[in-house]
Ligand binder design. Structure first.
Ligand SMILES: Cc1ncc(COP(=O)(O)O)c(C=O)c1O
Length: 378
């Protein structure tokens, strides 16, 4: 046991406690869900769950539990290959490559593809997994102002060599959408490869839930799309959509893909069934859109917080101060609604917020109740 290591740990914990942004795991029971990413209710859908069980039973392989190895060794099988074909077809991509999580996919793509001498231009609000991938990459990294195409263009003009743009389709902590059309135009003009994280748009945007790039018919202009399954799909894992050469490149160089045990049968079955469902989930998408509209109607005149501009299920109430935001989230929770405070370093300092996630399954009464509770805060 090392005393100095323990001291270091305590010092770091105390730093968080003093800044009032100490993270702790909590389980709350009986509250109404306004915080999960289960936008379409797939994670709680018992019909879906029964179909996943059936799909598992239908699989003939004797490997029933863990996948036994990485894809390059014993973890590859007919089922995973079939699902990659299903996803490539659904997303109108040349190829699909499954990853164990969206974190792994973002980390692996950004760490392996942009090499020394290349430059990654990234939106200042991209997810931590993209940042972590960039930290591992030897490329130069340049942030541009959130969704600011003029700032992006000014920065693109100053650099030569191989270029990448890293963005999210629907920003996870703000709920607004990328200016994809304009960014695609810039990418064409400056010969840049776009890496687009569709984590929160998957299942939500597009007539069949294909995501933002397909909804706007821009997907052929996006070099890599990363769709995750842990949010609207109610499952786990992620897929990288790309061309055949890029898939080969990732299989050869992308370390989170190469050096990790592949997804187990249950996850694969859940992905397959969730994708069959999501294409047909028009009622859920309509309910979700109605609930977002209802929520925005209540909050358009809200004084205590700044409501970030968003037409998505992610709605954020911003107010400065860790302690204040935490106390308000606590009050809302005490009234029976599960919402969470999001603090720096997850969001920029001074932009502390309550992140509210709306779902297809939230009732009008629940949304009204939440609105009244927030309006009564002081
Ligand atoms: C924008 C974004 N990208 C990637 C991820 C990581 O995906 P996963 O949860 O599948 O690891 C998340 C999850 O928090 C996310 O919000």
């Amino acid at each position: 046991m090392s005393n100095s290591v323990n001291q270091y740990i305590l010092q770091k914990i105390n730093e968080r406690k003093q800044a009032d942004n100490f993270r702790a795991l909590r389980v709350k029971h009986g509250l109404i869900d306004f915080y999960s990413n289960d936008y379409l209710g797939f994670a709680r859908n018992s019909e879906l769950s029964a179909k996943i069980d059936l799909e598992i039973r239908n699989q003939k392989s004797e490997i029933r539990n863990g996948s036994t190895g990485s894809r390059l060794l014993s973890g590859n099988n007919d089922f995973v290959v079939e699902i990659e074909k299903q996803l490539a077809a659904f997303h109108d991509a040349d190829c699909a490559l499954l990853f164990n999580s969206g974190y792994d996919a973002n980390l692996g793509v950004l760490a392996s593809l942009p090499y020394k001498g290349a430059t990654i231009f990234y939106d200042e609000l991209v997810h931590a997994s993209m940042h972590d991938g960039m930290r591992l990459s030897k490329a130069e990294k340049i942030a541009f102002k959130h969704n600011d195409v003029h700032d992006l263009e000014a920065k693109l003009q100053q650099h030569s060599g191989l270029k990448f743009i890293a963005i999210e389709a629907l920003y996870s902590m703000d709920g607004d959408e990328a200016a994809l059309n304009e960014i695609v135009a810039l990418a064409k003009r400056y010969d840049v490869a776009i890496i687009l994280d569709e984590a929160h748009s998957n299942g939500i945007l597009g007539l069949r839930g294909e995501g933002k790039a397909q909804a706007e018919e821009l997907h052929k202009n996006v070099f890599i799309r990363i769709h995750t399954f842990g949010k609207a799909l109610g499952a786990h894992g992620a897929v990288v959509l790309c061309n055949a050469d890029t898939k080969d490149f990732l299989i050869n160089y992308c370390r989170p893909f190469i050096f990790s045990t592949a997804l187990p049968l249950h996850s694969l079955a859940a992905i397959k069934v969730a994708y069959e469902y999501v294409a047909k989930a028009t009622v859920e998408r309509k309910q979700l859109a109605d609930n977002v509209a209802l929520f925005k109607q209540y909050f358009s005149n809200f004084k205590l917080f700044e409501l970030l501009k968003s037409n998505s299920p992610i709605q954020c109430l911003v107010k400065q101060g860790n302690g204040e935001i935490k106390a308000m989230a606590e009050k809302i929770q005490c009234a029976g609604f599960d919402v969470r405070a999001i603090l720096p370093p997850t969001v920029p300092l001074g932009k502390e917020r309550i992140r509210i996630c709306l779902h297809s399954f939230n009732t009008k009464q629940e949304i009204t109740g939440l609105a009244q509770t927030i309006n009564n805060l002081n």
